[in-house]
Ligand binder design. Structure first.
Ligand SMILES: *Cc1c(COP(=O)(O)O)cnc(C)c1O
Length: 219
């Protein structure tokens, strides 16, 4: 199947209101262009250098999303153009995004990455850390950061019950946090190539799909 065919067969399974992030990390700009020509506009990258290198090569109406762990000293590489940073996992990172967004006269959307999976290696806030941070009120003082919702990566396992448990946890956290934010807080980003049909059952509003669109990555 071509990228266009894969893209359209995935889109056909997404309920209205669910957005698709085409995860293009490790794939060259030509493949992104192919997806763009098939109508796709939102692309996810996991490394700031790679995103910054692709940005000038591609159409300017692409919405670039950072989905991988971001070091604070790399925020400035993408701050002039990135639409959303979906992997916000620390207070320092939020402060740096605020600073760089202000410098560029922009507002940058963020998703708070929450850790619900079994693997300790995964990044993201624990619910306790997040509650402690939110209680400081620091987030409300940010003027160039717009909190759009939460994201997580489920445990990497064949045991579907564990994946479902993770999605239920993040859904509960999303619902609990929602009243604390304004109406821009509307995004529950869960679901990747292997688990997005399950994520949709838990109310995902934004799936992040790479392999099922572009094929396997060569690292
Ligand atoms: C790579 C990645 C994806 C896409 O994974 P696929 O299995 O290729 O669909 C989604 N989300 C994040 C955070 C990723 O790093």
């Amino acid at each position: 199947m071509t990228i266009k065919e894969r893209l359209h067969s995935i889109l056909a399974t997404l309920p209205e209101g669910v957005s698709l992030v085409a995860v293009s990390k490790f794939h060259p700009a030509e493949r992104i262009e192919e997806a763009y020509n098939a109508g796709q506009r939102i692309f996810g990258e996991s490394r700031p250098q790679e995103m910054a290198a692709k940005y000038p090569l591609l159409p300017k109406d692409i919405e670039w999303m950072m989905i991988g762990h971001l070091q604070t000293n790399k925020v400035k590489m993408i701050a002039p153009f990135v639409k959303m940073i979906a992997s916000v996992d620390s207070e320092r990172l939020i402060e740096e995004i605020e600073k760089q967004a202000a410098k560029n006269n922009r507002t940058i959307d963020i998703l708070i990455e929450v850790h619900v999976a079994d693997e300790l290696t995964k990044s993201g806030w624990s619910k306790e850390e997040l509650d402690a941070y939110l209680a400081t009120g620091a987030l409300e003082r940010m003027e160039h950061v717009r909190v759009r919702g939460v994201m997580t990566i489920a445990t990497n396992t064949d045991d579907e019950s564990i994946v479902r448990r993770d999605f239920q946890r993040i859904k509960d956290i999303f619902e609990e946090l929602k009243p604390r934010f304004d109406s821009a807080f509307d995004t529950l980003s869960i679901g990747m190539s292997d688990d997005y049909p399950i994520a949709l059952e838990y109310g995902s509003t934004m799936v992040r799909i790479g392999t099922a669109i572009f094929g396997a990555r060569e690292y």
